[in-house]
Design a protein. Structure first.
Length: 201
């Protein structure tokens, strides 16, 4: 007897970034974070992201756990395109079409490893581990709720650099969050931190 598949539910959530909307499903799409800011990476690694890029108003696609965050071109209004995207993503998930290709995480990790210019030793390595743990434990879950992601990039002379992805990338309120929330917390927990700066993912 075949197991009855539960129907795919999909709803949208606003994010702090007016150009970005989060499409949440009741199915796991990808365990991890996959940020497709360029169509070329989407074409190589994700059939879903690649298909979404075919719409003229899609500017960025970010896939994480059970949601897809879509960033639109600013000259389009959500009310004109939201239902189309909703139906499209829902149909894709219902048909169980592929979302992200095998090996994506490894390929991205390799690229990251090649771009990390800092090697930490001794006390600094301990500090970096503490900073990463704090970001992963306290900041990441909150940022994911808003359809985005934050990654530690480097720690150098008291300055923590993080990379913002998904809805956080280019979001007007992300700077406030970064300065008041993340920087404040890290300075309290790790006195060696003097500033937190961000790069857009």
């Amino acid at each position: 007897m075949e197991a009855v598949k539960s129907p795919v539910m999909l709803y949208t959530e606003q994010t702090p970034n007016p150009e970005t909307l989060k499409f949440v499903t009741n199915k796991m799409l990808y365990k991890g974070t996959a940020d497709f800011k360029e169509e070329s990476i989407a074409n190589e690694w994700s059939e879903l992201a690649s298909a979404l890029y075919k719409f003229p108003y899609v500017k960025g696609v970010y896939i994480c756990n059970n949601f897809v965050t879509v960033t639109k071109e600013f000259n389009y209004a959500w009310e004109d395109i939201m239902l189309l995207l909703k139906e499209y993503i829902k149909a894709w998930v219902t048909e169980e079409k592929p979302v992200i290709k095998e090996g994506f995480e490894e390929a991205m990790a390799e690229i990251d490893a090649n771009t990390t210019e800092f090697q930490y030793t001794g006390d600094e390595a301990e500090l970096v581990k503490k900073i990463k743990d704090l970001i992963d434990t306290y900041v990441k879950p909150a940022v994911e709720m808003d359809g985005g992601n934050i990654e530690f990039k480097s720690f150098n002379q008291g300055i923590v650099t993080v990379i913002l992805q998904g809805s956080c990338s280019g979001c007007p309120s992300s700077t406030v969050t970064l300065k008041s929330g993340i920087e404040g917390m890290l300075k309290r927990m790790v006195p060696e931190v003097v500033e937190v700066v961000s790069e857009m993912g």
